[in-house]
Design a protein around this ligand. Structure first.
Ligand code: ITT
Length: 198
């Protein structure tokens, strides 16, 4: 079963490929000229479905399964921001460093050293048998400084519940053991194993 990843985010690709070891996984940019997809949804789930659907429609091989990931960090103190806008928190075209710096600056401006936060991952699957979506979450705290170089995005400022180090200070396997993405992928795996029988 071929699984096509509908994402251009290198951090996501690394983590998803590591999880799906043993499956025939390929990035959509290896099969076609990558194109921008307008994420016009109001939720992680809607955006994940938009991305999976767009790539499935563009694929020649309609028997392939397309897997997308829409994710982000939400800070309740900030009304859930950046949430679905995590990739463009510092503006359209902003990179991970800009977004991380903006969230740290926002917390610092409010005099907040740390505050509860959570990551969400919505994984959508566009398949010959229809579209599906699953979720995973990781709870913890956002802090007003960056610690460590590992992971990507907001990882240097996120301390998972029950830990004292940020995801930026944890190795890749430790993040994978507890991440929102892994939790969503485990649900996706149940579905993939069911579809494999078709
Ligand atoms: P694609 O749409 O091509 O998948 P993207 O980076 O634009 O790539 P999203 O719209 O889903 O994807 O935004 C995800 C952002 O949320 C990402 O850029 C990070 O800033 C943040 N994020 C998501 N998961 C993360 C993780 O595991 N660690 C750190 N930051 C994460």
């Amino acid at each position: 079963m071929k699984i096509v990843l509908a994402t251009s985010n290198k951090g996501k690709i690394r983590e998803i490929k590591a999880f799906l070891e043993g499956f025939d996984v390929v990035g959509f940019d290896e099969l076609m000229t990558p194109f921008d997809i307008d994420e016009t949804g109001a939720t992680f789930k809607e955006n994940a479905l938009i991305k999976a659907r767009a790539v499935h429609e563009a694929l020649e091989d309609k028997n392939a399964i397309v897997l997308s990931d829409d994710s982000g960090i939400s800070v309740p103190l900030l009304g859930g921001e950046p949430g679905i806008y995590s990739a463009r928190y510092a503006g359209i075209g902003a990179n991970d460093k800009d977004n991380l710096a903006k969230l740290i600056a926002t917390l610092s401006a409010r005099g907040v050293a740390q505050t509860p936060a959570f990551y969400t991952a919505a994984i959508a699957l566009a398949t010959p048998w229809g579209e599906f979506s699953v979720h995973g979450w990781m709870h913890g705290h956002a802090i007003n400084e960056a610690r460590g170089e590992n992971g990507f995005g907001y990882d240097p400022m996120f301390i998972p519940e029950g830990y004292t180090t940020t995801l930026g200070e944890m190795d890749a396997q430790s993040k994978r053991d507890i991440s929102h993405r892994t939790r969503a992928l485990k649900h996706a795996m149940t579905l993939l194993n069911t579809l494999k029988g078709n």
